[in-house]
Design a protein around this ligand. Structure first.
Ligand code: DLL
Length: 434
C-alpha cells in the first residue's frame, strides 16, 4: 500500500522529534500572544514561551481540561478572529454546555491531510468509492473523514448515519468499496444484511472498513471482517483536538500511527500527572502543533492507552497509539472493584452463542451496588433447549468472575432486544447517577 506522505510518515524519529520541537516552540509563542486564557496562566506560573527549549519542557505548560472549554464557551479560547474561522463543530456532551471547536482554513487543510494519511494507511486509494455513514453535522466524524477522502481522490457517497435499509440499498446500487462509520453501527448494518439474505462476498464490493469514534475490541474487528469480507482498521481522535485524524491504523493493524508532525502525545499517570515509563499505559494528553483557531496546551483526553515507538512493518516511522482501553471516567466502581466496560466485552465476545450486543446496568439496591450484564444470545441458542440457555448463562457468570473478581448477574436476552445505535453505542447505564 502506498504511503500518502512518505516525507513525513517515514522520517527518521530523530528528525521527527526535531520537527516537533520547532513546531512546539512556535505554537507556544503563537498561543501566548493570541489566547488571553493561556497568557494569564503562563504569566501566573512565571513561564515565558522562550522557556520551552526541549520537548521535555512541555511538562512546564499547564494542562487543559474539558471544563476549560466549557467555561470559555463558546469562542473565548479561539486564537483567530471570526473572519478567519471557516468551520465550527461541537460535541454534545452529556452534562452541561457543549464544547465548541473552530477551524481556520489552514486547520481544515491540516485536517484533510491527517485524514488522507490514515485512510491511505487503511487501504483507500483514488480508485475507491467510500460510503461515509458517520453523522454529518456538528459531530466531527462525517465532515472530518469527508475532506480527507476527497483529498485522496476517492469518490464519496456522503450518506451520513441512520436509515439502515437505505444504507444497504446504496451499498447494493452504488457498489462502495469502503465503509466508514462507528464499529457498533457497522455491526448493526451487518445484522440487517444477514437478515435480508445479502451475501457481502457475492452481492457487495466492500474491501475496507475505517472505524473509530468509540472503543471496540479485537473480537468485534474479527466479527466485522468475517461478516463483511473486508479489512477493518481503527482510527482515533477527538473534537477538542481536531476530530478524527489524530491517529489511524495501517493494514498491519497493530496500533494507530500518530500524525506526529501535527500532534504531540504524552502518556501520564492520571493521578499524579507525571509521565509514565516508556510503553506503559496511562492517560493520553495531546497538544496540537501548528493549529490556528483552537491551539490547546496538553489536553487531558481521559483516554487510556500506551504508545509503541518500535518500527512498524509498513515502513512508517511514526509512533502508534495502541487500542484505547477505556476512559478514566468510564471506569465503574462496583462494590469497591474497578471495572472497565472493555473487560466485560473481552469476555463476552469470546463465548460462542453470544451476539456482540450487550449492555451493562449498574444500580444500587439496599445500599449495595449491583451489576447486571444484559447479553443477546444468538438465534441458534435461543431456539435451543432451556437447559442450554441456563448453561450459557452460567458460563458467562463464571468467566466474568475470573476476569473481574466479583460475581455479577447475567441476563440473556432475545436477539435484537438491545437498542442499536447509529452513532456511538451506549453500553453502560449507571442508574446510581440518575
Ligand atoms: O469521536 C472523533 C472521531 C470521529 C474519531 C470519527 C474517529 C472517527 P468526539 O465525539 O469528541 O470525537 O469523541 C472523542 O471518543 O476521547 C474517545 O473516548 C472516543 N474515541 C474516538 N475514537 C476512538 C477509537 C470523535 N478509535 C472520544 N477507539 C475520545 C476508542 C475512541 N475510543
Amino acid at each position: 500500500m502506498p504511503i500518502w506522505n512518505p516525507q513525513i510518515e517515514t522520517l527518521p524519529r530523530k528528525e521527527l522529534k526535531e520537527l516537533q520541537l520547532r513546531k512546539l516552540k512556535k505554537t507556544v509563542q503563537y498561543t501566548y500572544e493570541n489566547v488571553k486564557f493561556y497568557r494569564d496562566k503562563l504569566d501566573a506560573m512565571k513561564i515565558k514561551p522562550d522557556d520551552i527549549k526541549t520537548l521535555e519542557d512541555i511538562r512546564r505548560l499547564p494542562y487543559t481540561v474539558k471544563d476549560d472549554l466549557r467555561e470559555n464557551f463558546p469562542y473565548q479560547l479561539f486564537a483567530t478572529p471570526m473572519k478567519d474561522v471557516v468551520r465550527i463543530h461541537a460535541s454534545s456532551g452529556t452534562t452541561g454546555k457543549p464544547t465548541v471547536v473552530g477551524y481556520s482554513r489552514g486547520d481544515l487543510e491540516m485536517w484533510a491531510e491527517a485524514i488522507a494519511r490514515l485512510a491511505s494507511a487503511g487501504g483507500v486509494t483514488a480508485d475507491d468509492i467510500a460510503q461515509i455513514s458517520f453523522g454529518y453535522g456538528l459531530f466531527t466524524g462525517g465532515f472530518g473523514l469527508h475532506y480527507g477522502l476527497e483529498r485522496i481522490g476517492a469518490a464519496i457517497i456522503p450518506v451520513s448515519s441512520g436509515n439502515t435499509e437505505r444504507q444497504i440499498k446504496i451499498m447494493q446500487d452504488f457498489s462502495p468499496t469502503v465503509l466508514i462509520c462507528t464499529p457498533s453501527y457497522a455491526l448493526h448494518i451487518l445484522d440487517y444484511i444477514k437478515e435480508m439474505g445479502i451475501s457481502p462476498e457475492k452481492d457487495l464490493k466492500l474491501k475496507y472498513g475505517l472505524f473509530g469514534a468509540e472503543p471496540w475490541s479485537e473480537s468485534i474487528r474479527a466479527e466485522l471482517e468475517r461478516g463483511f469480507n473486508f479489512e477493518a482498521t481503527d482510527n482515533y481522535g477527538l473534537s477538542e483536538i481536531i476530530g478524527p485524524g489524530v491517529s489511524g491504523e495501517c493494514l498491519e493493524k497493530n496500533g494507530m500511527h500518530i500524525n506526529e508532525d501535527f500532534f504531540f502525545v504524552e502518556v501520564i499517570d492520571p493521578e499524579t500527572g507525571e509521565w509514565v515509563k516508556e510503553g506503559e499505559t496511562g492517560e493520553l494528553v495531546i497538544t496540537p502543533l501548528g493549529k490556528e483557531t483552537l491551539p490547546l496546551f496538553r489536553y487531558r483526553t481521559r483516554d487510556l492507552s500506551h504508545i509503541d515507538e518500535s518500527p512498524c512493518a509498513c515502513g512508517r516511522t511514526t509512533a502508534r497509539i495502541m487500542k484505547i482501553r477505556g476512559r478514566t471516567d468510564d471506569m465503574l466502581i462496583v462494590r469497591g472493584v474497578n471495572i472497565f466496560p472493555s473487560q466485560i466485552e473481552e469476555v463476552l465476545l469470546k463465548i460462542e452463542g453470544v451476539a456482540p450486543h450487550y449492555q451493562i446496568v449498574v444500580d444500587r439496591k439496599n445500599n449495595i451496588d449491583t451489576l447486571e450484564v444484559w447479553v443477546e444470545a444468538n438465534e441458534i441458542v435461543f431456539s435451543d433447549e432451556m437447559k442450554k440457555l441456563v448453561a450459557l448463562e452460567k458460563l458467562i457468570i463464571d468467566r466474568l468472575y475470573v476476569q473481574l473478581g466479583i460475581k455479577v448477574e447475567v441476563k440473556l436476552v432475545e436477539p435484537k432486544t438491545i437498542e442499536r445505535s447509529q452513532g456511538k453505542a451506549k453500553r453502560v447505564i449507571d442508574k446510581r447517577k440518575i
